[in-house]
Design a protein around this ligand. Structure first.
Ligand code: MN3
Length: 194
């Protein structure tokens, strides 16, 4: 059963001007699509041909199979972390948990931004549930919280292909915009309740 590129949860121009249609044409239409194509090529006619994405991520060692499977997972999750009228603050029990974990909502945003800006090279910055605690973590390349026994709640892609067409080298501006204009707190709350 071949893996398929999931539908974007919004139109390709829906995040503009914060993230342009051109960025989504490349990031979703080329990069994410290529990870799906590569993954299908790697699993075809192997023991993993019928495996789920989560099974492949859990069992593949370091290398191309893991990288492509994890990047399919990461991007499918990342798109849902954004919404055209996003930003603002979390509410309810999630807000209480973030305040308890990070001091305040604003403090969480500052710490998340600092982690994303400081994530050297290509990778991902996450809000995760780690046991009973919330934590901000960083992963390199395709790595993801699932391999560290953590539950992902939120991620931002800090590979340059996520922002270079719109922000060039100004990763801090991309991270600010993600937090203030795009962040889908409803999706974070859904993940937190699972
Ligand atoms: Mn990417």
């Amino acid at each position: 059963m071949a893996f398929e590129l999931p539908e974007l949860p919004y139109a390709r121009n829906a995040l503009a001007p914060h993230i342009s249609e051109r960025t989504l044409d490349f990031h979703y239409g080329k990069h994410h699509a290529a990870y799906v194509t590569n993954l299908n090529g790697l699993v075809a006619s192997t023991d993993n041909a019928e495996a789920s994405l989560d099974q492949i991520i859990a069992t593949a060692g370091p290398g191309g199979l893991f990288n492509n499977a994890a990047q399919v997972w990461n991007h499918s999750f990342y798109w849902k972390c954004m919404t055209p009228s996003g930003g603002g603050d979390p509410t309810g029990d999630l807000a209480t948990a973030i305040e308890a974990g990070f001091g305040s909502i604003d403090s969480f945003k500052e710490q998340f931004k600092a982690a994303a800006v400081g994530n050297f090279g290509s990778g991902w910055t996450w809000l995760v549930r780690d046991g009973a605690d919330l934590a901000i973590t960083k992963t390199d390349d395709a790595d993801l919280p699932l391999t560290h026994g953590q539950t992902p709640l939120l991620t931002i892609d800090v590979w340059e292909h996520a922002y270079y067409l719109d922000y060039q080298n100004a990763r801090p501006a991309y991270v600010d915009t993600f937090i203030e204009k795009l962040l889908n707190w409803e999706f974070v709350a859904q993940n937190w309740l699972v």
